[in-house]
Design a binder for this molecule. Structure first.
Ligand SMILES: [Zn+2]
Length: 169
């Protein structure tokens, strides 16, 4: 299946890797509240969360968008996002989760390094009938919820490891 995409529009906002904020987080050159990392992937708290617990999953390798990523890595990224989603639900008591992945500025991609948003959602918001706006939050709040997510994730990974599973299949 092929995409009909004008790549010149997608790449308009491409930054050199050394200027990419997510590559800098991956290289520990910029601070972030990290909830998961291994040699290929990283998950950390969005600094401007739509809801408390809003987490981003990225590959360490700099892909701008999903169309330039090898298919198996697309699968691994979403597989990891699904596992971390369980921890986010446990940590925030969310009623639902949105997984979001934006490609190109026309699609609201703000950082040109592929990322998956894990956004906790609550029944109350649905009743009020609006999509919540991004919030200003404090570092301590991000650290608090990040700690809860890390704690829940470690329980999930412990259970999975006891079944001789790796986190990503
Ligand atoms: Zn990058």
């Amino acid at each position: 299946m092929s995409f009909r995409v004008d790549l010149s529009k997608v790449y308009n906002n491409l930054h050199p890797v050394q200027e990419c904020p997510f590559c800098q987080i991956s290289a520990h050159q910029d601070k972030a509240v990290v909830v998961f990392e291994d040699s290929n992937y990283l998950a950390f708290m969005d600094k401007r969360p739509i809801n408390t617990g809003h987490t981003l999953v990225i590959p360490r390798k700099h892909y701008v968008n999903v169309m330039e990523m090898p298919r198996e890595e697309v699968g691994q990224t979403f597989s990891l996002a699904a596992v971390i989603s369980r921890a986010v639900v446990q940590a925030t008591n969310a009623d639902g989760i949105n997984l979001g992945q934006n490609n190109g500025s026309a699609a609201s991609q703000e950082v040109p390094h592929l990322h998956v948003h894990i956004i906790p959602r609550f029944i109350k918001e649905v009743k009020e009938g609006f999509w919540p706006r991004r919030k200003v939050t404090s570092l301590s709040e991000l650290q608090n919820v990040g700690e809860r997510i890390r704690s829940e994730l470690s329980k999930i990974l412990l259970t999975r490891n006891s079944h001789s599973e790796k986190i990503i299949h």
